[in-house]
Design a binder for this molecule. Sequence first.
Ligand code: C2O
Ligand code: CU
Length: 555
Amino acid sequence: AAIVEHVFHVKNVLVKPLCKDQMIPAVNGSLPGPTINVREGDTLVVNVINNSTYNITIHWHGVFQRKSSWMDGADMITQCAIQPSNNFTYRFEITGQEGTLLWHAHTTNLRATLHGALIIRPRSGGPYPFLKPYKEVLLIFEQWWDMDVGLIATRPAPVSDAYLINGLAGDSYPCSKNRMFNLKVIQGKTYLLRIINAALNKHLFFKIANHNVTVVAVDAVYTTPYVSDVMMLTPGQTIDALLTADQPIGSYFMSISPYNSANQGSSVPPNTTTRGLVIYAGATSASPVVTPSMPGMDDESTAHRFSSNITGLVGGPHWTPVPRHVDEKMFMTIGLGLELCLHPDNTKHCLVGGEQQLSGSLNNYSFVLPKTISLQEAHFYNVTGVYTSDFPNEPPLKFDYANFRAHNDSEGKMMYPERKTSVKTLRFNSTVEIVLQNTKIVTSESHPMHLHGFNFYVLGYGFGNYDPIRDERKLNLVNPQMHNTVGVPSGGWVVLRFIADNPGTWMFHCHMDVHLPFGMIMAFIVQNGPTPETSLPPPPSNLPQCTRDPTLSES
Ligand code: C2O
Ligand code: CU
């Protein structure tokens, strides 16, 4: 195994995806940022030099970080941010996984421009569990705002101006016609598409006119080959898929468009489909150009069919059978409520710009990031007062979550979640099962839930309220897909299972960036195992420290 070294210079640069130059923080001057190529078993070393004006961390999304939780790059969970004019070197091994992942900033909205691919190929000589493709092609989908990235976080969140494919907006927007992603193919050849949804807040449909693709991996886990004419990726999801140029010589558009189950009934707003072009060698300007017809923005059944039909590749590289015994069962509600102002009589609600603030919660706790020391340092050094260990295994109220009626919640228990820094402690090596129940308390939308440090088996998906008597026996314990991120359908549920065999502090959160400041986060602390090899090592000596004034009141 090799040591792969990179230097990430983060600085503000001018880019122009649409009509005007826009200053953005970028790694090594490019949007998307540099691609990291490793082989399974390699050690990755990335020196992040922050010459931007922002506090940043870099997270290696989906990487297991075995015994290297300090390198996870989760702001205020595993480290304080790297401040301007400072640097920090991430160093960790990448073992037990292969496929396409991504790296991204893990500080408020900076993920919008600080992201790139992390490609893990099999150990030298190791083949893919599918026919060797002629070429590999990277497709990074991004969401673009023609404004200062600092402003994206304002509430309510401003609507984005474009989607980009590999930094290019294509012909659907003003000024970008000549900036379209072109994929040149040779008829008869097969290409491995490495697809990343790096959009901050949007699930995306992806389609290539007249072509099917064969999905072979999701979230860097091999799947049973799955043929589809359309794909759906939640924010943070990655898919490896084979594309065979099996159509008549010509040009075919590829399109991405948003999927948002919250917008049921409404039509797709203009300028939200971004196109790239697949051009066959030998195509002339007279060759036909075919456009794919995209699913509607609210096409829940297409999204659900694609997400739920994929199965894991039993017996493939790194496959392990589903553990049958469960040590810890959790039922977790996820959804948006409203923020209760701490008004003297506790009845008035927050009004900001005439709008009540949304508050995201898991089991009715809305997570507040620590301010002066990371959660993991507080855990490691036994610093008290930073967090509580009372994250509940169930929500405080049982009712019809999928069809929320406010009158069932007369005390506003689920409507106004409690703001807390609450963690769930897990025993080393315990098997955890979580039923995620999406509530429709304020909005109805799919939330892409992402777990740091582990992949989980997705045992089942469904709509409505999870019913153990009806649904448990339908769970797939044989060949479920494994993910690090799963879209939990609007007013629906997902059952996942994982083995807590990696000591450290791990975030579990919605991967729609806009829901992070709302508190749609919780954290697991996985305890040490019995030996030094199964224990969290001390932090690196140069781990960034917070210098934020602890007396500053939270904003
Ligand atoms: Cu891709 Cu916690 O994030
Ligand atoms: Cu969400």
